[in-house]
Ligand binder design. Structure first.
Ligand SMILES: *Cc1c(COP(=O)(O)O)cnc(C)c1O
Length: 475
């Protein structure tokens, strides 16, 4: 054993304690830490010939990167849709790396941990027991896995085995959606179906939900043509939901694969106030739900639920390796998910579910939504902003009260100032052609006081910018 390893082996406990102290210090300041900082240009690093040991590496890390860490996991990071990490999830994550086991088959406890976590989550979401669930690295991979299984199904409808003969063997590819997440296009590209394979349906007026009359018209024009429908259960701009009940009814009469992207909208299921938005989702063939969003576990974790293990096995089996066992005889996650080796990424979720229970998650989801609505109302009252859609759940989609021809520029300036000041993180978007800004509230730490601070900050910047533009306009 090299001396540097031997040294650390003897110092293992001290090192863990030092790391825990470092993490504890970071977390105790998280609520006041900036959400964005200007990054320096880091000089190129040289690989050390002689290792410095882990304690020195921690110090070197702090020296080099410590001042540049931001509160991505904090209570006012409203960009994209990212949760924080709960205390229990962090404990679980540390142990996942500590145990360092690949959840594969029944002979390993890691398999039982993943299977149990999937079952607990099924209960949290009220999903039927016949869904097979697997952990993947994020909702993009979850969409990929669901759509890969859908592709196999589509082939079977045409007498083609895509897993054996490739996507080119498909005789026809019909994939429809109204407001797919960008990762759906990425998945179609990776699947060899192509980004252009998607037929976009119109939405209902002033909505992001599909106009299902248009879907019915498409079906009438393509009789007896099996297709894949990708439903949105929570769009990223306005958290709009396709009418899943209507889709479930259509499925009784027509042959199609229903994939539901419920990356974060799936959490409507945890609250009796919002559960109705998902009515009908139990008719889905595959469902995507993210864990590193509203479950507030660390990156990288999501679930794919499917009703067709045989098709999934056909796509993802890794046969011919005797040590992995017969794919058909012995269930092994390796044969159902894209990766062969995977970290025990269910463990943070297991810890968090045990620690906070259904009630904890219900409270968090309802609180996030209440705060998002409050933020929306107060932005409108301030006179500087307007909402582009009602605040349906956890996302506020708004724009500045500025003339259309100057909107893009004002939003750019606004976000520039926001990033510079670092109190709250928001992301730009375009909603139905209008340049806009969105705030996604899915963090367990966010409180009323954070909303007070954020409203004050946004008003301050909006005032400064409209003053500035008045000066420029007068010149
Ligand atoms: C975030 C998101 C995705 C992609 O998820 P990743 O975890 O970033 O891979 C897909 N669909 C929806 C609706 C999302 O919100």
């Amino acid at each position: 054993m090299n001396a540097s390893f031997r040294h650390d082996l003897l110092q293992f406990s001290e090192l863990l304690q030092q790391t825990a102290d470092y993490a504890g210090d970071f977390l105790s300041h998280l609520h006041e830490e900036k959400v964005s900082k200007a990054m320096p240009s880091f000089p190129a690093a040289a690989l050390p010939e002689k290792g410095m040991g882990a304690a020195a590496a921690l110090e070197a890390f702090d020296n080099r990167f410590g001042d540049h860490l931001v509160a991505n996991a904090g209570p006012r990071y409203f960009g994209f849709v990212t949760g924080g990490v709960t205390p229990a999830a962090l404990a679980g994550d540390w142990l996942a790396a500590t145990i360092d086991m690949n959840p594969a088959d029944r002979s390993a406890v890691s398999y039982h941990i993943e299977t149990e976590t999937i079952a607990l989550l099924r209960q949290l979401f009220g999903l039927p027991e016949d869904y097979l669930g697997c952990f993947v690295s994020g909702a993009t991979m979850s969409n990929f896995t669901g759509l890969a299984t859908a592709r196999q199904w589509l082939g079977a409808q045409q007498g083609v085995d895509v897993a054996a003969d490739g996507a080119a063997a498909l005789k026809a590819v019909h994939i429809l959606s109204a407001t797919p997440h960008s990762s759906v296009y990425k998945a179609l590209s990776m699947l060899g179906l192509g980004r252009n394979a998607l037929t976009l349906l119109p939405t209902l007026p002033d909505r992001e939900a599909a106009d299902l009359q248009a879907l019915k018209a498409w079906i009438a024009g393509h009789p007896d043509q099996p297709f894949i429908y990708i439903a949105s259960a929570g769009t990223v701009n306005t958290v709009d939901f396709d009418d899943l009940q209507e889709l479930a009814a259509l499925k009784k009469e027509h042959t199609f694969w229903l994939h539901i992207d419920a990356a974060f909208g799936g959490f409507a299921a945890v609250s009796p106030r919002y559960r109705h938005l998902l009515n009908g989702w139990e008719a889905a063939d595959s469902i995507t739900i993210d864990a590193h969003k509203w479950l507030n576990v660390p990156y990288d974790a999501a679930m794919i639920y499917t009703r067709h293990p045989q098709l999934q096995l056909a796509v993802f089996q890794n046969p011919g390796a005797a040590y992995l066992g017969d794919p058909a005889a012995n269930f092994n996650y390796i044969h159902y998910a894209p990766e062969n080796s995977r970290r025990l990424r269910s463990l943070p979720a297991w810890f968090s579910l045990q620690a906070y229970g259904a009630e904890g998650y219900r409270d968090m989801v309802e609180s996030n939504i209440r705060l998002a609505r409050q933020l929306g109302e107060r932005l409108v009252q301030s006179g500087h902003f307007r909402l582009l859609a009602p605040v349906r759940m956890c996302v506020v989609c708004f724009s500045l009260n500025q003339p259309a021809d100057r909107l893009q520029e004002h939003i750019h300036l606004f976000l520039q100032q926001l990033v510079k000041r670092g109190l709250v993180y928001l992301t730009p978007t375009v909603y139905k052609g209008t340049p806009a800004i969105r705030a996604a509230l899915v963090n367990w730490r966010t409180t009323d006081q954070d909303i007070d601070k954020v409203v004050h900050e946004l008003e301050t910047i909006a005032t400064a910018i409209s003053d500035l533009s008045a000066i420029i306009g007068n010149n």
